[in-house]
Design a protein around this ligand. Sequence first.
Ligand code: 13P
Length: 250
Amino acid sequence: MRRPLIAGNWKMYKTSAEAVDFVRQLAPLVNGVNDRDIMIAPAFPALEAAAAALKSTAIALGAQDLFWEAEGAFTGQVAPRMLAACGCRYVIIGHSERRQYFGETDETVRRKLQAAVQVGLIPVMCVGETEKEREAGQTFPILDKQLQNGLKGLIADDLASLVIAYEPVWAIGTGKTATADQAQEAHRFIRSQVAQLLGFPLADATRILYGGSVKPENIAELMAMADIDGALVGGASLKPDSFSRIVKFS
Ligand code: 13P
């Protein structure tokens, strides 16, 4: 049985003071929820303060990106062990906004995945097709390419904690959610590709999150699908009320 994971990707929102305020409001709202994992991913400057505020809660901390080198002259970059030292358990890798605006490729995703697992961070590897690709019938080939190239050279033993997020680019921040059936179809395909690449036991254990306009109103329908194991939430993760309602889906 895969344990559900509801994760909030805060993108470029919230200072450290705002993050602490959010945690203070969220913690009591999700107190006692212990049959699913919860994670929030603030921006780098808010990680340390968020980690302190999250102590004695069951909410985990994640980062939104990392660099693959352990240290060195790489101005502006953040190393995997710096995130671990800040209290991060998770790291989001290859988000479509990073692919779109910051030159992230399947190859940089692969290097980041490798670096994350080396220091024990749980990688949340993002994949997903654009609207144009979906309309051209390219959804599966695109997912296949992102998975094959992103996971190349990695072995199942290194990826025991792997989380994949399926985020159709056309559904991010647009209010257009993939239907539960569309999402399930993509998730089932992703799991079958992971099985081919890394074996069935790993594919069966890998949590696959859906991301793209997830809200309190659509989470239950998505979570009812066999291969949807959680959600990576953007906009609706910024308010304690809506995020807690997503966390507490039933
Ligand atoms: P929205 O939930 O705002 O559509 O964003 C999804 C996302 O990109 C999460 O990583």
